[in-house]
Structure formats: structure tokens, C-alpha cells
Design a protein around this ligand. Sequence first.
Ligand code: UGA
Length: 447
Amino acid sequence: MQICVVGTGYVGLVTGTCLAEIGHHVVGVDDDRRKIDTLKAGGIPIYEPGLDELVARNRQEGRLAFTAELKEGIEAATVVFICVGTPPLEDGDADLSAVEKVARRIGELSSSYKLVVEKSTVPVHTGMWIEKTLMVYGHREQIEFDVASNPEFLREGTAVSDFLHPDRIVVGVEHPRAERLLLELYEPIVNRTFTCPVHTNCRDAGPVPFLVTDIRSAELIKHASNSFLATKISFINSVADLCELVGADVELVAAGMGLDRRIGRAFLNAGLGFGGFCFPKDLQAFVKIAEKCGHDFRLLREVDRINQARIRQMIRKLRDQLWILKDKVIGVWGLSFKPDTDDVRYSPAIALIKQLLTEGAVVRAYDPKAMEKAREALPSLVCCQNPYEVASGADALVVATEWREFESLDLMQVKGMMQRPLILDGRNLFDREKMRSMGFEYLGVGR
Ligand code: UGA
């Protein structure tokens, strides 16, 4: 099929590339010319494991192209995905101006039928507004449009695999034609008929559930899913606080809970809390849209409040150990909001460092991938060449992101370099007993 993907950020680039990978012809559009130039020159503006190879191969094989001109991108396309950003406004609402602008331009520029699919994370009712916008600006009456909602469930770091092997595909449609087109588009993924670049034995897994709903329900599925996962995290973090008070171990509690198939072990890792450009903003946007519709989503406001308190709690723990933070050297391992990404947006690590700097501490940090982006967010940040340098002379070391690299370090060397062998493991990366037997003063979360 001929497809256009508008927006070449995380969602757009992964979507476009993976759709090309399963055999479609895709044009990626972005009005950021620098991004398009980078892509045309063979570069990738983001770090996402496996994506560079896929982009290069599909471009080479002629199934993937990029342009800064929307008209050129949509010309031959039957399906147009909107994957532009929906950043938070001051009041927590999602800024939908980019979505509106793209919908308007698609209306103005189309000269043939288009199925316009919203993939950006958007509040309920956005599909209805896109439909109205297409009708108003797509004034040539002979041209028909359909609108669909097709939320993405991609995690940064595993986005390619998540796209090609999803737990489910959700499409919200109002017209059977839209349903037919989307089923045809996703057929290779649903029936696992493409040659997978990530897993070799995926065909054994059976077909991927393809859930067809109305547009509003599909929009809600996205926000409800992210908010539910965030709720699990805040729940286990509250349990972790209780564990510390009663002398229990949250890792064991999570293991025991997770064995119940109705609960599951995933997203029950206690720690510094959730960050990234999805959970914090989606949670706020969901609360906001509920409020606008007359529903007070108190539960989610509490989830957010618990999450924000994680940083304060970590500072308190440091203060309990070091008494005064001013002029203390604190090393921080990890800057990205989670491992395997260079993304530092809403990263708990960055929030923690900002607070430490406000308290007058001397902070030194290291991250395998995110130092460049962290320096853009926090220009005064002192970054080190490696994790050992961070430890050198430190009064305490905080593990803020659970990169695997940290697990394989020579911890005796780390200990020998520190001013005081105090480790605050904000992600419960290390084994407590082992750390203590090595002579560290070790504090985890909820243990
Ligand atoms: C999340 C969802 O998992 C995706 O399904 C969704 O498509 C995406 O948002 C989106 O809306 O685009 P992502 O933000 O990449 O994906 O990251 P997650 O792996 O979900 O982690 C989010 C945050 O929660 C991270 O800061 C992570 O450290 C934290 N987390 C996760 C915990 O603190 N504990 C856990 O048990 C799991």
C-alpha cells in the first residue's frame, strides 16, 4: 500500500520504517527540514536500537523515502498517519495545534481519497475534530475522507519489536472501508507473514489480536493503558514505602503479587518513579480531559502526586545519611528516563540532579547514551567519561537509571575510589546482601 506518515519523531519514524519493512511504500514527512536532511543523508535523529539498520535497508530497497513537503508525501498515499507531537500545555492539557494544522493541510492538499489515521497520543474527541477539519478545509466535494484512531503502544528502546510484535492492534473506525484498509495494512503483522528482522520464531505465536472499536473508545484505550501502567508503578512505590517502615522487601512482595496472572509482575518495579515523554504527560492530559467532561479522576491525580514525591524521598534518604548536602560530592549513574534510550525528557534522574544542585551539592554524572541530551537540558551538568570517574571522591553514589552496563562494573574498584562507599540504589539494580558483604553502605528502595 502507499502510505504517508506525517511526523518523523519516535512514533512516526518507527511506524513508517516498520510499515516499509512489512512491504508497504512509505513517505515520511516532517516540516523540520534539518531532520529530513539528516534522514536523507542516512542519519537517524533519535537513538532507538535496531532502527538505523531498518531505515537504511528500506531506503535502499526503495520502500522508504522522506520529504519536507506534505503535498509530495500525501500525493500517492491512500493512508495518511498523523504522528506529530502533542506536548503538554501549561495546564496539563495536550497541545493539539500540530494535529489540527496537519489535518487542515491534508484537507487542503488532497486530490484523492485518504484514510487519515491519528496515531499521536491524543485526548478523546480528537478524531471527531479531525473529521470536521477535513470536511471544512477539504472543500472539493468529490474527495472523500475517512478518519481512524490507531493508538501506538511502543516503548522507547524496544519500539521496533513492539511495532512488529504487538500484544494487540487497536483500530477505532466509523466506516467499514477504513476497517478494511487498516486490516489489509496490518495483515502481515496480524498473521506474522513477513520475514522478521528481530525474532526468528515469531510465527509460532499465533495471530495478533486485532481489535476494532469506535474512534472514541480507541482514543480512550491509549490513555487508559498508559495511566493504568503508571498506576501500577505508583502503587508499588507506595508499597515500597510501607516495606521500609515494616522491614519487608518490595522485590519479594512484587514477585509474590506478580505470580497472580490477574496482576502480572510487569511494571511493579519500585524506584525513582516513572518519567519519559509519555506517562507524566498522558496522565495529566487524561485527568484534564476527564475534568473537561465533568469527571474528577482523583485516582490518577494521586498517582501523579505519589510519583512526584519519589524525588523528595530520595533527597530525604541522602540527607539522612550525609546530614548536609551542600558541597557534598554526589555521583549519579544514569540520566535517561529508563535504560536503552538517550531520552531525558521528564527523566527522574534529571529532576533529582536539579534538586541536588539546588541544595548546593556537587554533582557528577555518567550515562552510556544520554549525556549529550542531558547537557542540553541541564547545561551546568558535569559529565564524566565513565562510571568509575563518577565514583572517584564521591560521598555517595545514586543509581538513577538501571543500565545493564552498571551491573558488570568492578564494584571493588568503585568502592576503593569513593570518599565514602555509600550507594543509594534508586532502581534496585544491585543485590543488597552482595553489596553489603563487599563493604558498601547500601540503600535500595523498599528493601
Ligand atoms: C510507555 C508505554 O509503556 C508504551 O506502551 C506507550 O506506547 C508509550 O509510553 C507511549 O505512550 O508512547 P515508554 O514511555 O517508552 O512507554 O516507557 P516505559 O517502558 O513504559 O517506562 C516508563 C517509565 O516508567 C520509565 O521511567 C520507567 O523507568 C518507569 N517504570 C517502568 C518504573 O518505574 N517501574 C516499572 O516497573 C516500569
